[in-house]
Structures are given as C-alpha cells and as structure tokens.
Design a protein around this ligand. Sequence first.
Ligand code: C5P
Length: 407
Amino acid sequence: MSHILLIIGGGIAAYKSLELIRQLSKAGHKVTPVMTESAGQFVTPLSVSALAGKKVHEALFDLTSEAEMGHIRLSRVADLVVVAPATADMMAKMAQGRASDLASTLLLATDTPVLIAPAMNVRMWDHPATRRNLATLKADGIAVVGPDEGEMACGEYGPGRMSEPAAILAAIEAALLPADRLLSGRHVLVTSGPTHEPIDPVRYIANRSSGAQGAAIATALLRLGARVTFVTGPASVPPPEGAEIVAVETAAEMLAAVEAALPADAAIFAAAVADWRVTQASGRKIKKQAGALPGLSLAENPDILARVAGMAVGRPDLVVGFAAETDDVVAHATAKRARKGCDWIVANDVSPGTGIMGGTENAVTLITEEGAENWPRMAKRAVAERLAGRVAEVLAAKNGTASGRRV
Ligand code: C5P
C-alpha cells in the first residue's frame, strides 16, 4: 500500500478527483487530501474527506494540524505527491517556487516525487507562459500525465482536459514502481559510436565519436529494467554489460541491424553515423603512385534516424535523435527535430568554449513537441540517467505499446 498526498486544484476537473480518490482507495492506496481554496468552489471538503476516509487539509495556518504534524512533515510522509487537477495558476506557482498557500508550500517543501495532471482551457495550455512553466517543471523532474484532447467544459476543443482517473491511476502506479522495474518488459534500441566507411581493406572514413554517450544511456536504461539492443560502430569505450550487442562497421550495416532489432518501444540514436561512404570501395589496397591521387567518389549514407522516425508501421513509440551544435542550439535542433521526424532531440552545445567536447560533463537542451528544456550542466552519466527516466515516463503513459507490453 502506498501513501498518496493528493492536492486538488481549483478547476472544473476537480470533480474527477473524487473518482480518482475512489479508484486509489480501491487499489489499496492511502490518500491524504489537500484542497486549494478555489478547489472548494468545485467540490466540497466533505465529499473529499468522505471518499478519502481522512480529514482534508486546507489552510496553511491550521493550528491544530500544525501542532499535529506541521505542513513540512505532511509533504514528506507520502510516497508520491499528486496534483490533480493542476491548474495553470498552480503550475505557474510551482515553476516559480512560490509558497503562498498550503498546497504550494507543500510542493516547495517536499522531497517526495511529484506527478501533476494538468487541466485548463486550451488557450491557457497553449500560452507561451504555460509552455515555459511546463518545461521548467519537467526539467525539475516533475512527472506529468495528460492533458487529453477533447471538448472542454468551456465549449472549446483541444488539449487541456484532465486525464481520466484510470489513466492518472496508471501513471501513479508507474511512478511508484521501484526504479529497477520501471522499464521491465520494454525493449529499447540504442545506436552508438562512429561508423567506419571503407576506402579499401585497410583505410576508412571515420569520426572521433567515442561511443561514451550511447553506452551511458544504454547502462541507465538497463538499470531501469529495459531489454536493450545496442547497435554499435567501432567505439573506443566498452559496450554496456547486459545489453544485446550488435557490432557493425558501416552505416549500411547499422541500418540493417536496426531494422532487424525492431520492434522496439523506444529507439535512441546516439551514433555519430558517417555522412558519406565511398561508392566503390576497393577490394584490394589502393597502391600509392607517385603523382597520382586516387579519385574517391562519395555517396550519402542512409539517415537511419529519419528512416525509423518515418516508419508508417511499427514505429517505436518514442524516437530520439541527437544534435551537436556550435551556435543557435535551440533553433538548429528544433529544425532538426522537424526534418528528421523524431519525437525528441537531445542537443548539446559543443562550441570550443564550453569544454564539453571530450569532457566529463554535459549541458543539454531537450527539444520536444512542447519546446526546449535546458538541463543544468551535469555529469554525462547523470544526463543519461535523466534521459532514461524520461523515456520510462513516456512509455509508462502508453498503455499497450508497439510490442504490446505494459509496465
Ligand atoms: O544530421 P545529423 O548527423 O546532425 O543528425 C544527428 C542524429 O541523426 C543523431 O541522432 C544520429 O545518430 C542520427 N543519424 C542517423 N543516420 C545518419 C545520420 C545521422 O541515424 N546517417
């Protein structure tokens, strides 16, 4: 049995929170409800406490409960803090770190994982301020379920409806899973390392990729319980232990290995694939001849990421590409995301001043459908862990996946 601290925000969707409490209790979870002042306009504290079988906490300076446990303790005794509905105002407060009422104070004081179920008018959801707040909250590690698209209480149509209680319950249960089971039953494909494009049996075109980034990501995914197929070019770091390793040399071989490894629930393309190959690699070592240079004709390699992202049938639920940029990172990476047709681009600024190239730290920007999230500078391993966590979050939200598995 888990203990959920449920914060009910003031929106029309608050009525669905009553059903959420019922479903949580039925599934054996203990619910401590907290209501914002405006939530009381939509549901009564009496119905909330009757369903939860517990007193509702409403006021910050509730002297009795201050004496009983204090608001900081209240925020920490739970296994998970859930905000449903999370209104635009609540999200703004959370993003700014404000503590102006009991709910926002609890959210600021907690060290417990937080899941929010946003609900608001479609224009409020689409507003750049809400986009910014959402990106900040995600970058802070807050999990999000929904919103759904559909007819709204205000008569408009679009994204903004709070997810149904059953979907929120599924997200809650996924968030409560022990870390090593978050991705159990899921298959994730990772490409890594450089490719070598032969000129002749002894010479090749290559790049300086070490494969460290891809290996760290695969390791992080394995720790979350995923089955990982690791398609790697000739890398200089050891492959991740526990992955299914497919070693390749060329981009064409990498494409074939990727296609053979599908279906997958998610595919992460961390390889630095050579852009060109020599059209007619010689079967014999090309002899050096005084005064005569060999004419190499080049052809473009297949774009493996774009191919998989564009699959009409059997496309992984989540396709992630990488971009190393030296200037205008967000603009270039956003354009790359659209060009490749992938879901996310993990972009990093590799301009010489950053010291990122070849260093142990990385500062990435995650480009998603919702915009750009700047992650703080952290160890490359931490970037991999955070990315794996986000993959787990997306896959958990999918109930039936390409390969028909559920967490
Ligand atoms: O176009 P660019 O090489 O900058 O794109 C980088 C992203 O595309 C990386 O995720 C890389 O793994 C992927 N890619 C690929 N096949 C190629 C070229 C790039 O999968 N031929």
